[in-house]
Ligand binder design. Structure first.
Ligand code: ADP
Length: 596
């Protein structure tokens, strides 16, 4: 089964710094010059800065010994170095900030386009909160690798190396003792850095978990309020916060230990510099000027080592935190996004389900459809009814190829579904779900959401009239231009706009999935009217599939298919099924008695 195979192919690769850098480098493509300018400025600024302690000392000592020309030359050089380092530092920061902005934008765009081209199984698996947090914080951290971490590391490595060279030129035993302490510092850091990388990843996951819980509760606030579940939701959120706090606590202890080691070594290096330097001066190996330079460069070296370790730590954190993000970027898009496959000239609307079995990948142990056989003919109105959970909506999802069947084959106009161009096919299918979801746009844009090109106002109104939505839309403050927000429309009104949206595509197959459940009985009559008008509409003939719970709505359907526990158990028109006295007739009786 190809979907399983493609999932196995997409095994996550471990993320290394080099891998992250390569991905980022590829992303900046045309704007690499910004990074080159930034690195050029960085090198010039670092070299200017590192020559300063030496020139400064020489300038002071030349003044002390009354060498006016040397003093003037050194002072002029100092001014030039100050200016150069100032300008280049500004250029470096500016260019890295620009590179950062470019990277964040490209990263967000790339990963968002990867996310939205995944198949629906992916969205069943991944939480929305988790994905949005990848797009936000993770993205910023990843771009920090080039925009911040590498930039600072390189700068400090250059300055540290310059300081070490100067120290070696002054006295190699003193330079080696300084180097030894710095190496010790780095070794302690390697251990700390590894821990930090792991902790960053866990922190990121826990933050995403907390976000998801909060996002869910906030978007379902009415339900939370009605069920008095505020403290329950707070509890769920707190569970994540507790986990987060315990990781952060351990991180803080580790940071404390690291800081203690660093400070002790830093201070001992200062003491050693004065001790060794003083002893060398007393024994006449170095001059006061050299000792001054030595102490200054020792400071630089230890400062650079500290900065490098700190920057490497942030770098490792960024790499750790971006692991999931980079793996996300590498996911292959669902094959449904290629425009392969047959496009028919017209779609007649004949559908055949042959021996279809199915389960959702997130719940492999729960069979949803069991060898379903069903033929639907062009221009037919077929109602699919039965107890909830019986697999009715799943059948519609399979026809839309949101999921692939485990076994069996679906044919549309005689062609296997997999051989048809899926984007083309979806354009020919109108689908209205039980819960109508509208976008935060005006009504007009919501209705023409699924259409390409310019859509005329009269067509929008045509669809709205067919869906019995036109009159209430006109009564809204700005008519078709009214912006949809959460509380503007009732469930039934949203549903009618969703129906208009499906109708405007002029589909050959219209699927209405439990649309009546959000409608009151008056609106239900509307839907009956919609179906009638839509079926007899002169623009086109179409196949209509209604998945319904309220059996009164579908009484006039050409055929009624009764499903239970993933199997088709009865097919016929209303009268036939009543005569048969099976599940359908039981359900009709139960509804008439108000039991269901
Ligand atoms: P019906 O439309 O007849 O009420 P559905 O097709 O919606 O039934 O659901 C059939 C079964 O599949 C149910 O047990 C439901 O819980 C399960 N199901 C539906 N959608 C998903 C999904 N995205 N992931 C996992 N299970 C699902």
């Amino acid at each position: 089964w190809s979907l399983c195979e493609s999932e196995e192919e997409q095994v996550a690769k471990p993320v290394t710094l080099l891998f992250a850098l390569r991905r980022l480098w590829n992303l900046v493509e045309d704007d690499r010059w910004v990074i080159f300018v930034a690195f050029g400025a960085l090198i010039i600024a670092a070299l200017s800065e590192i020559s300063m302690p030496s020139i400064l000392t020489e300038s002071i000592f030349s003044a002390q010994s009354g060498q006016t020309t040397v003093f003037t030359r050194k002072s002029q050089l100092l001014v030039i170095l100050c200016l150069t380092s100032g300008i280049c530092s500004g250029l470096r920061s500016g260019c890295f900030a620009v590179a950062n902005t470019i990277l964040v934008r490209r990263l967000r765009e790339t990963v968002y386009s990867t996310i939205i081209s995944q198949d629906i199984n992916f969205f069943d698996r991944e939480g929305v909160g988790d994905l949005t947090s990848r797009l936000g914080a993770d993205c910023q951290r990843l771009s920090d690798i080039i925009g911040n971490n590498i930039n600072l590391i390189l700068r400090n490595v250059l300055q540290g190396t310059g300081a070490l060279i100067n120290l070696l030129m002054l006295s190699w035993p003193l330079a080696l003792s300084a180097l030894l302490i710095c190496s010790l510092l780095s070794a302690i850091f390697v251990v700390y850095g590894k821990y930090q990388k792991k902790a960053a990843k866990v922190t990121q996951d826990f933050t995403a978990g907390a976000n998801e819980v909060a996002q869910e509760a906030l978007s379902l606030m009415r339900i939370v309020r009605v069920y008095g579940a505020e403290s329950k939701e707070l509890g769920r959120f707190k569970q994540w916060l507790d986990k987060l706090a315990s990781v952060n606590m351990r991180e803080s202890v580790a940071y404390g230990i690291w800081n203690l080691s660093f400070n002790s070594l830093y201070r001992s290096m200062q003491v050693l510099a004065v001790l060794f330097g003083g002893m060398s001066m007393l024994s006449g190996h170095i001059s006061v000027e050299q000792l001054t330079k030595y102490i200054l460069y020792c400071e630089w070296l230890i400062y650079a080592t500290w900065r490098v370790t700190d920057n490497v730590s942030s770098l490792l954190q960024s790499v750790g935190a971006s692991e999931k993000f980079l793996q996300l970027m590498d996911l292959l898009p669902s094959d449904q996004f290629s425009s392969k496959g047959v496009k028919l000239q017209i779609l007649m609307g004949q559908v055949q389900f042959v021996n279809i079995s199915f389960h959702y990948l997130t719940r492999i142990k729960v069979p949803v459809l069991d060898r379903v056989n069903l033929s639907i003919y062009p221009n037919e109105v077929v109602a699919i009814v039965g107890p909830s959970g019986g697999g009715k909506s799943t059948l519609a999802h399979l026809l839309l190829r949101l999921y692939e069947p485990i076994n069996g084959q679906i044919y549309v106009d005689g062609f296997p579904l997999r051989e048809l161009d899926i984007r083309w096919l979806r354009e020919k299918i109108g689908f209205v779900e039980q819960e109508a979801h509208l976008f935060h746009m005006d009504i007009k844009s919501n209705i023409k959401y699924g259409c390409r090109g310019d859509i005329k106002q009269e067509d929008i109104e045509w669809a709205a009239k067919l869906a019995y939505a036109h009159d209430f839309i006109l009564s809204l403050p700005n008519g078709y231009e009214t912006l949809v927000d959460d509380n503007l429309l009732s469930g039934g009104q949203k549903q009618r706009i969703a129906i208009a949206r499906a109708i405007l595509r002029n589909p050959s197959i219209l699927i209405l999935d439990e649309v009546t459940s959000a409608l009151d009985s008056q609106s239900e009559d509307y839907v009956k009217g919609v179906l009638h008008e839509f079926k007899n509409d002169i623009k086109a003939k179409r196949t209509v599939i209604i998945i319904a719970h309220r059996l009164s709505t579908i009484r006039n359907a050409d055929r009624i298919v009764v499903m239970d526990s993933g199997r088709v158990i009865e097919i016929g028109d209303h009268a036939e099924l009543i005569r048969k006295d099976g599940l359908y007739s039981k359900l009709v009786r139960a509804q008439a008695e108000g039991l269901v």
